[in-house]
Structures are given as structure tokens and as C-alpha cells.
Design a protein around this ligand. Sequence first.
Ligand code: ADP
Length: 329
Amino acid sequence: MRIFSGVKPTGHPTLGNLLGAMQRWARIDQFRSDDPGDALFCVVDLHALTVPHEPAALRERTREVATLLLATGLDPERCTVFCQSHVAAHTRLTWIMESVVGDGELRRMVQYKEKSARQESVSTALLTYPALMAADILAYGAEEVPVGDDQRQHVELARDLAVRFNTRYGEVFPVPRAVRPPAGARVMNLQVPTDKMGKSDDTAVQGIIYLLDPPDSARRKVMRAVTDGGREVVYDPEAKPGVANLLDILSACGDGTEPAELATRYASYGALKSDVADAVVAVLEPLQARYREFADDPATIDKILRAGADRASALADPYVSAAYDAIGL
Ligand code: ADP
């Protein structure tokens, strides 16, 4: 069973990225096979080109995200950590995926609709992003893709494209499926709990906890989180999205106790917020300490990423060659 997932270096990673995806990847790595080629985690830097960007900032963010991946506990001896742009298979397979996907399918993607809304013009890459994402997954024959809820639709499309390719041209790709974490699959902005906590948002930044926020600042953001009317702590994402978000965060930062069960332990919003702040800080502090250790040793990070890219290329090339062959190239 092979697993693939990635994170975009479009901004500073958030608590949403950690709880919905990165923390989960580090845990998967501990109980899956010992073959480092069975779990691949990638800084998807090509995806960052879909929106306007500064080259120097992209390079810095890519380094920050790679360092954070290692700081979460991903062990390069037991999984493969690399940068997407270092492995040519991703772009080689994207063209094949673009020949299989319909433009209507791409235009229907929620993320495309949201990001292109109210823009006079967007890059073609923003539209074709899901074809690149399908290539990311299928190039490794990955079967499981652990992602937060916002990426499920793109994984569904990758699934459809694998089936379509196999039906038209012959069996090449295993059919992947999205895997969601039990809690934290959709962490919401603490100030606008009806919007997801997104790293590239430039509004409501006080509602975004960045993984490298000083712990005091993260604590303040939790204590100032918008809560809902009433006083009772109940888990009701529809009627009380702010409180439900805090309970989700507490569940994902802690031992995984169900949010509804956690709700029964609190008589006030204040007590809940205080425990959420403690739980968030308890997750961030060791993560940041490990981040600083890795950041102080850039040569080791370069070595890990180079070795990861070599291993990833060796795993992807047979799938890409088989796809080229099957399609008549
Ligand atoms: P973004 O730019 O929105 O952070 P990424 O594609 O880089 O998106 O996200 C990397 C991973 O983090 C994906 O699996 C995504 O589903 C997950 N993720 C992003 N934001 C959240 C969130 N607010 N809650 C849960 N998971 C999230």
C-alpha cells in the first residue's frame, strides 16, 4: 500500500495544515511498512505557481515547509520527503492527465471557482492544477492520499482520471482514495469560523495560527477566538461553528477523544478556550524546537531532499513510462 501527499509552499503553514494533514502523515509513517518508498511526502512547489508569487519568497517558503515536515517527525529513513519540482515525472505525467481530463471538470472544481471568482484573469495553471495533482498521486501508483477535507474533491478527480485512463488505454494506475483524519479535517479560522483556516488568506489573520507563531501569540489568538451565542458548550458545527471548531482543535491536538464527548467536560467558553490554548501550545512548542534544530543544519535538509528526489524519481519513472507506452508515445 503506497501513500502520497503534499503541501503547497504558498504561505506559512498553519495549524489547519498540521491537524488536517502533516501531523497525520508523521503518525502514518510510524505504523506503516519499513520501506521508505511506501510513504511519499512532498513540498508541492509547482502548485505554488498557480497564483502570483515572488521567486525569492517561494524559495524561502519551500525550505520552511520542508523543514516543518521533518520537524513534525517524518523520518527520512522510513518515508520519502522531497520537492515536487526536483522530480520530472510530475510534469511529464501532467500532460497525459490534461489529455484525459475535460475542461468542464476542471472548471467545476470548488477551489478553482473560489480562487478565480472576482478575478479578471487567472493563470491557466490555476485551472489545470488538479491535473498536476492527479499526476502527483498517480506517478507513484499511490493508493491512499491523506488530506484535509478541502482537497477531497481533487483526489476524487484523480480517482476518476485513473479509472478513465485505465479503461481507455489499459491498466496502468492503481485507483487512489482520499483518507481523512478523525478530527481536524477542516480547521476553521478562529475569527471567521465559517471559513477554513487557510495559509494564503490575507484577511482575518488574527484567526490563523501559524505553526511558527510564538506560543504566546498562538495562545492569544485562541483566547480571542469568536464564539457563538449562548453559553453552553455543545458540539454543533451548524449552529455553533466557533465552539465546534475549538472542540475539533482540542480533539486533534489531544488524544483524539471525540469533540462531542469533550464538550460535556466544559461549563463555560472561557475554560474551553484556556484548555485549547494549552493544547495548541503543547503541540507547537516541541515542533518549533525541532524546527530550529533542522533549520540550523541546512546541509542535512539538502541531503534529505536530494536523496528523497532520487528515490521518488526511481519509483515514478516506471509508471510514467508505462503511461506513455499505453497512450501510444
Ligand atoms: P492550503 O494552501 O489551503 O494550506 P495545501 O494544499 O498546502 O493548502 O494543504 C496541505 C494539506 O493541508 C492538504 O491536505 C489540505 O487538505 C490540508 N489543509 C489545509 N488547510 C486545512 C484546514 N484549515 N484544515 C484541515 N486541513 C487543512
